[in-house]
Design a protein around this ligand. Structure first.
Ligand code: NAD
Length: 363
């Protein structure tokens, strides 16, 4: 069966890493029908929109997309193309597996963590009131009348939203992911000791959902305590489930634990749709240089293969990519012990090496 997939090249280094991943995925023998439509700065230039309607329609039709990083130009009215895309398609779960691989330099060994970040709520809902605006003044006087607190007059205000259904579905997602992927423990992360009605709700609902999964261990951690333990002994954690803001920060922290943004894959998943993309951004200064590491996008492709139930192909790509990285020869500059190593290969040559290894293993 041919899989119809929406392919979003993105901006900056996006087209190079997406093309590398596309070629690796095709080398598995799985058949794809790619529908290429862009988002971000390039889409704005060519189609007059950062997030064209035909892109949203294509993802809704195909149900799955592979995406490169996009640039959100300042002053276009969008806070972020990515946040808008996740919101438009209700991709409520951001999945970021972080694993140490031989050949990727890291301070740690045996890290195999999965971050499940809530994508639609929290301080990212975009409800903010500018200092001095009539709305902010109205809100401040409401706070004065209804609480014991006095907010300083010239304050900007942002609203943190944590809902019961939003928490229930993300925590359930984390437990279902743990169960389906042989993970043993889910840790809910919060600051419920301070934010009783938002993070407190997140914690209460997490505890309640955990009762339906007696086969998976459950614990909770306060966000600051979690950060200290993550840098001391990351291997004690398995699946972390977090509200949006903590999830954003902890995802990058965990990418750092396993060798940096260039090697960290990701996915944004909703009830029926999913968009797979690397954690890193569009790194504009490397555009068109055939220099950056395609691994994060290739591993995002592995997540996509699993999602579309091509598990054998997923295992083959992962194995071939890990082998090339461990071998250390045909890898990009960032995976060489010395970043100026003249033997570093380009983005497409690293993909070629993975394809050659993949084909050898399939013979
Ligand atoms: P970035 O991830 O693009 O780059 C930061 C640095 O990380 C780069 O200079 C480079 O040294 C390194 N890096 C990133 N990807 C790499 C790779 N594949 N191989 C080797 N090294 C790599 O972050 P930034 O500079 O903060 O953001 C640049 C643009 O990307 C911004 O416009 C931002 O909004 C956008 N962005 C998009 C996404 C997305 O589309 N999902 C995510 C993050 C940032």
């Amino acid at each position: 069966m041919k899989h119809s997939i929406t392919l979003i090249p993105g901006d900056g280094i996006g087209p190079e890493v997406v093309e590398a991943a596309r070629r690796v995925l095709e080398a598995t023998g799985v058949e794809f029908q790619w529908e290429m439509i862009n988002a971000g700065e390039s889409a704005l230039e060519k189609e007059g929109s950062l997030l064209p309607d035909r892109l949203l329609k294509s993802i809704k039709k195909n149900k799955v997309a592979l995406k490169g990083p996009t640039t959100t130009p300042v002053g276009t009215g969008f806070r972020s193309v990515n946040v808008a895309l996740r919101k438009a398609l209700d991709l409520y779960a951001c999945l970021r597996p972080c694993r140490t691989y031989p050949g990727i330099s890291s301070r740690y060994e045996n890290v195999d963590l999965t971050i499940v970040r809530e994508n639609t709520e929290d301080l990212y809902v975009g409800i903010e009131f500018e200092k001095g605006s009539p709305q902010a003044e109205k809100l401040l006087s409401f706070i004065k009348q209804n609480t014991e607190e006095t907010v300083p007059k010239d304050s900007g205000v942002g609203i943190k939203i944590i809902s019961e259904p939003g928490t229930r579905r993300i925590v359930k997602f984390a437990f279902d992911y743990a169960r389906a992927n042989g993970k043993k423990k889910v840790t809910a992360v919060h600051k419920a000791n301070i934010m009783k009605f938002t993070d407190g709700l997140f914690l209460d609902v997490s505890r309640e959902v955990a009762k339906s999964y007696p086969d998976i261990q459950f614990e909770d951690r306060i966000i600051d305590d979690l950060c200290a333990h993550l840098v001391q002994q990351p291997s004690q954690f398995d699946v972390l489930v977090l509200p949006n803001l903590y999830g954003d920060i902890v995802s990058d922290l965990c990418a750092g634990l396993v060798g940096g943004l260039g090697v960290a894959p990701g996915a944004n998943i909703g009830e029926k749709l999913a968009v797979f993309e690397p954690t890193h951004g569009s790194a504009p200064k490397y555009t068109g240089l055939n220099k950056v590491n395609p691994l994060a996008t290739i591993l995002s492709g592995v997540l996509m293969l699993r999602y579309i139930n091509e598990k054998q192909a997923a295992a083959q790509v992962e194995k071939a990519a890990i082998a090339i990285v461990a071998d250390g020869k045909s890898v990009t500059y960032d995976l060489k012990p010395d970043r100026d190593d003249p033997t570093a290969v380009g983005t497409s040559q690293m993909a070629d090496a993975i394809i050659a290894r993949l084909k050898k293993s399939r013979r």
